[in-house]
Design a protein around this ligand. Structure first.
Ligand code: CU
Length: 429
């Protein structure tokens, strides 16, 4: 699987980068095009209007035969042409680029043969704009998303979220970056253009005909490898990772991606000392400071769940209801995944907001596995996921503001979410 590639191939392989070099990010589109759907929403007119179609296609991923994929095609209907950057030759993308404060309207068109929708991962949007599994577009139908960009500059992303099919749809290519810029970022004058390469790492298996193979090693096996998030060698517990046809022992180092800078034509300029100022929530301000909510990841009857309950489309339990305009502490524990089912890590993702990690702990007997990866943890800053190794627990601080409604929280190994490791929480006004 290891091969050396030159810069041109790097840019193509990195996918996200090549289009960026070709397309000025904020070139102006002269005219605005309205669609029949415009005006369906109240409120101010959008600054950016995009048509995003999920469809089947082909992509030249490996040498030889191209690969059948599922992909998004994007088109700017109104606003700057650079709001949508296609990535030629990749199934990923397009990259959507917007600025904080902008109002965006995205017409999602489902040209697939099954229901789909779009979740804006990491973004703070109302619950009916969030891509909850209860809001999908049937084949041939549309769903119109409209929201204001309230989040700070950052690299967010979007992907489908229909229950039971999220892992499959994302595996075959439906995902793109959603990059937000703001004044704070622009003031930092970060290296841009060819010095700013969005990079996405994915874990995919192919058969001899270059076709993508989903769940080739079974539900648990694919889940272990995390649909792209985890290297095979990260897990403790005697599981074996795979890379190509090579078996790697746990903890083995293997090259994923090498970058060699051959020549620097011009200096990108000095980096600022500080990129951003992060104001931390105060744990003492949490309404449940003395008794945090605890969400235990559970496995019963071969079914994932949280506190013994699996996903219900509209279902929410009493201990999953929070109040708008409050700060809370939630604690996630990953104790279920230390037994017969093998050692499994779960990255827990909470929709609708960004949170802060307050503290982490681990069962002493399992500390070794955590220590093998914890140097890679970044606990500072704003999060949309918290990664939990087997036996690990984490407390997070969440502020519920602006939007009431029903939002999912779930394991972001998408096959786990699809098979029950997902629940709703309700923000009550
Ligand atoms: Cu999981």
């Amino acid at each position: 699987m290891q091969k050396t590639i030159n810069r041109r191939e790097f840019l193509r392989g990195a996918g996200a980068a090549s289009a960026m070099l070709l397309t000025p990010p904020f070139a102006l589109l002269p005219s605005a095009t309205r669609t029949a759907h415009a005006g369906a929403h109240s409120g101010p007119a959008p600054d950016v209007e995009i048509l995003l179609t999920a469809t089947k296609g082909e992509a030249p991923i490996l040498s030889g035969r191209s690969t059948a994929v599922w992909t998004y095609r994007g088109k700017v209907l109104k606003g700057e042409a650079g709001s949508v950057q296609p990535i030629s030759g990749s199934y990923l993308g397009p990259i959507i680029r917007v600025r904080k404060g902008q109002r965006v309207r995205i017409h999602f068109e489902n040209a697939l043969a099954e229901a789909s929708n779009i979740h804006w991962h990491g973004l703070h949007v109302p619950d009916d704009m969030d891509g909850h599994p209860r809001h999908t577009a049937a084949p041939g139908k549309r769903y119109v998303y409209e929201f204001e960009i309230k989040d700070r500059a950052g690299t967010y992303w979007f992907h489908p979220h229909p229950h039971g099919r999220t892992g499959h749809q994302v595996y075959f290519g439906l995902a793109g970056l959603f990059i937000v810029s703001d004044e704070e970022e622009q003031a930092a004058q970060l290296p841009a253009g060819e010095y700013d390469l969005p990079l996405i790492l994915q874990d995919r298996s192919f058969d001899k005909e270059n076709r993508l193979v989903f769940l080739s090693d079974g539900q648990a096996g694919r889940g272990m490898r995390g649909g792209g998030m985890m290297g095979g060698g990260m897990m403790g517990g005697g599981m074996m990772g795979m890379m190509g046809n090579q078996k790697l022992p746990n903890g083995a180092a293997f090259p994923v991606f090498k970058v060699r800078v051959e020549r620097r034509e011009k200096a990108p300029g000095a980096l600022p000392k500080r990129l951003s100022t992060i104001v931390r929530h105060r744990a003492e301000d949490a309404v449940n400071f003395r008794r945090p909510r605890v969400f235990n990841i559970t496995m019963g009857m071969m079914q994932w769940g949280v506190n013994g309950r699996s996903f219900e489309m509209e279902g929410v339990a009493d201990d999953e209801i929070v109040r708008l305009n409050t700060l809370e502490i939630w604690e996630f524990t990953n104790d279920a995944s230390t037994g017969m089912m093998g050692m499994m890590a779960h990255p827990m993702h909470i929709h609708g907001l960004q949170f802060q990690i307050l503290e982490r702990g681990v069962k002493p007997a399992l500390a070794e596995a955590v220590n093998s990866v914890s140097a890679g943890y970044v606990n500072e800053g704003w999060k949309d996921e918290v990664f939990l190794m087997p036996g690990e627990r984490a407390k997070v601080l969440l502020a519920f503001k602006d939007f009431g409604g029903l939002f999912p929280y779930h394991c972001h190994m998408l096959e786990h979410g699809d098979t029950g490791l997902m629940r709703n929480y309700l923000v009550r006004a």
